[in-house]
Design a protein around this ligand. Structure first.
Ligand SMILES: NC(=O)C1=CN([C@@H]2O[C@H](COP(=O)(O)OP(=O)(O)OC[C@H]3O[C@@H](n4cnc5c(N)ncnc54)[C@H](OP(=O)(O)O)[C@@H]3O)[C@@H](O)[C@H]2O)C=CC1
Ligand SMILES: CCCCCC(=O)/C=C/[C@@H]1[C@@H](C/C=C\CCCC(=O)O)[C@@H](O)C[C@H]1O
Length: 337
């Protein structure tokens, strides 16, 4: 019998998430049936949506992991093979490779629990949870398909030092844009400047309105919104005619019970003929591999850089998750099991 650990959420979030919301349990896994495999987590992702996505299986928080097959009754999945699995915060899992993803919701999640690691080059496998995985793909499609940047455009990106924002800003530079990013501490600001961002400001000490006045007095062409709230409303109001906004996330609103004021955006959108689009990255599933290949090439050519903040140990999952909302680390947050 194999003993496995998994985290469960023992009480709903009320206000900011805390360690008390989670508990680690141990249980025995069933023996493998024909066709099934046992996988063991190598790297687990923590992402902002985990704070608000309502779905749970066995009270286990949602999430993808890079895992290794360690026992197999399925010839297509030999021991040692690496896979991507949407099984939540579990260190070991018995599953059938063809099984449907219990977290599946149209456009919001992969249809199957298991996905293949794309063959785009020799990279550390943790990157398939970050720059070559869901967050990187969100940046790629959100920027290129929704913001449609042209050379010379002024692009603003919020939460710019995060897994999504840092890729957005770099791709915008590859496309010849002027990039303005924001982050919450000096270390992140220095990193973003080293990546080639033209202007970076600390949104905790400079309002986005002040930053726009200083760095983009003639207005903005593209806004990649990761934070929502008043920040988003301010940038929306500074978009030039035919400006594009990609509404990617509202992290400023996730870790709280409060909701902010809703303003009437319709007039602004109409009068400036703005395209304000939502994005759900899995709508682009069919084009993932070509996007991953292009980003992999950019990484190899030194045009795209990545950064990871690693938490060491499966027991660190809740701590890593809370870190998202503290905002003190840059790049992709990953837990090494
Ligand atoms: N639509 C889609 O398909 C997807 C959307 N997303 C969304 O993209 C956004 C970024 O995700 P990702 O890059 O993975 O996140 P990360 O966890 O990498 O980065 C999160 C960062 O957001 C900033 N932040 C945290 N709390 C707040 C707050 N209250 N107000 C303002 N900023 C805050 C912090 O940086 P700092 O304070 O230094 O700026 C923090 O480090 C999220 O809103 C997420 O939901 C992500 C993936 C897919
Ligand atoms: C719900 C707030 C998060 C929105 C932005 C975001 O981070 C999206 C990430 C998706 C995620 C699915 C998340 C939420 C879907 C909500 C569905 C519902 O029924 O309310 C996951 O699939 C990876 C990203 O595509």
């Amino acid at each position: 019998m194999v003993k496995a650990k998994r985290w469960i959420q023992i009480k709903p979030f009320e206000g900011p998430a805390s360690l008390d919301n989670f508990k680690l349990i141990e249980e025995e896994l069933p023996a493998l049936k024909d066709g099934e495999i046992l996988i063991e987590a190598l790297y687990l992702t923590v992402d902002p949506y985990m704070r608000v996505f309502p779905k749970r299986v066995d009270d286990t928080p949602i999430g993808q992991q890079v895992a290794r097959v360690t026992e197999s009754k399925n010839a297509a999945y030999p021991v040692g093979k690496l896979v991507l699995a949407m099984v939540g915060w579990r260190d070991k899992t018995v599953l059938h490779p063809d099984q449907d993803n219990p977290f599946y919701v149209t456009r919001f999640a992969p249809k199957k629990t298991l996905s293949q690691i794309p063959d785009v080059g020799d990279f550390p496998s943790s990157l398939y949870l970050g720059i070559l995985g869901m967050p990187g793909l969100t940046a790629y499609f959100g920027l290129l398909e929704k913001c449609r940047p042209k050379p010379g455009d002024v692009v603003v990106v919020s939460a710019a030092a995060g897994a999504v924002g840092s890729v957005v800003g770099q791709i915008a530079k590859i496309k010849g844009c002027t990039v303005i990013g924001s982050a919450g501490n000096q270390e992140k600001i220095d990193w973003l400047k080293s990546l080639g961002f033209d202007h970076v400001f600390n949104y905790k000490t400079t309002t986005v309105g002040q930053a726009i006045k200083e760095f983009a007095p003639d207005g903005i062409d593209c806004y990649f919104d990761n934070v929502g709230g008043d920040y988003a409303l301010t940038v929306l109001d500074s978009l030039r005619p035919y400006g594009r906004m990609c509404c990617c996330g509202q992290i400023s609103r996730y870790d709280t019970t409060q909701t902010g004021p809703i303003k009437d955006l319709i007039h602004t959108i109409m009068i400036n003929e703005l395209s304000v689009s939502g994005i759900m990255v899995y709508s682009y599933s069919e084009n993932f591999t070509s996007a991953q290949q292009e980003m992999a090439n950019w990484i190899k050519e030194g045009k795209l850089q990545y950064r990871e903040t690693l938490f060491d140990g499966f027991t660190k999952l809740p701590e890593a998750f809370l870190e998202i909302f503290k905002g003190s680390s840059a790049g992709k947050l990953i837990v090494k099991a």
